[in-house]
Design a protein around this ligand. Sequence first.
Ligand code: ZN
Ligand code: ZN
Length: 467
Amino acid sequence: MSIDWEKEVAHRSDELINDLTELVSIDSQRDIEHKTSDYPLGPGPVEALQTFLHFADRDGFETKNVDNLAGRIELGEGEDKDAIGILAHVDVVPGGPGWNTDPFDPVIKDGNLYARGAADDKGPGLASYYALKIIKELKLPTTKKVQLILGTDEESEWVGMNHYMEKETMPETGFSPDAEFPAINGEKGIVSFMINFPTPEAGLVKTFNAGIRPNMVPQNAEAELDLNFENIEAIKTAFNQFLNDNKDIKGNISTKNGTATVTVTGKGAHAMEPFNGINAATYLATFLNELELNDSQKLYFSFIANNLHLDFAGSKLGIQNTDDVMGELTMTPDIFVFNDSEANVLLNIRYPKGDTGETLTEKINAALPDGVTASIDGHNQLPHFVAADDPLVQALVGAYHDHTGDNTEPFTVGGGTYGRILKHGIAFGAMYPGDENVMHQPNEYINIDKLLKATAIYADAIYRLIK
Ligand code: ZN
Ligand code: ZN
């Protein structure tokens, strides 16, 4: 029997867009300041999870909410362990600055739906769900169970999925619709390091702050300067010269009560592709490093200027590494805190086969100045790989090819998607080759025609795995 997957999707497109609109209207960023026993990561992630599970209840699926931290939507019969797992997430990164519209009030314009989470990952997650819905509504015979498993903390610490793995049986094989077509069959290791500096002594720089997430290149940076230590005109002259020499950034100085506030705006980007962003913090630190600083301030700002600024490969930290399959190690400093009680930098690293958390810890500490130390912050995820000629990759990429005519080969990236949670898992869609990557960026959107196409690809691909 030949199934016209595109036609089946078209019959359900209005319903899909309605469901997506409802889902992206929920601000589901991690919000532990408002956590309760019922809302372990704050109310937003739970509301998004419950809303998604309600769609499936409405459509007659068996669902399970695992303690408001993760959820499951199930199709077919079989052992959980042998099921095909599809791992998506309902949490989002913060709206952040730079939007033309409200990030949680979706707008459809020129065929694109704009909202935080439209592309990462509510759109692709819902496309996978509609794929299951089509298979169910067509009453197609299946030989295996499929489980769509929803996490609520993918953008931070994966608390939701980790809880799921403690309480439930995670399938071994499957994919995560949270990246790109044709497929990502390998992901670099991911680890963050907290670099701690000695407590600064009072001087020109009172505070320096940038960054909101360890996996986002900071778009904005701000420093407060104490004008008892330097003349405002001298600072302004130097800053204007700096802006003139660095056309990629914008900047501003304002003064109030003896304090000058200096801001720099660059461009946010996902930490796995730091070269696509403009790190406002390393630019501002490079400027501050040119001013009259005391020793403790100099230690901090000269380190950023000389060892971190524009060095995405980590060569100045001595951690450069390249692998034939996975490519280069990348590095990006994403959170900066400097005030009268602490001074630190959070460094996010994506590393290929050949390194471990231990080797990186040794190399970084060897490169740090005296009195400065680095240690792993959060969890270290090792590199993950499934061969391109593996039957799973072949089935999924085959479906992609048959619906698009595109012969692009699967590839490896800086990670880290949920694909790596599955022993035998890859990431599959829903961005297409050549698409602008809008994940984690202001004005995130998903193209509706491409989303519907992705739904057809998912339905066909899943059915190839379970028929
Ligand atoms: Zn995602
Ligand atoms: Zn993301």
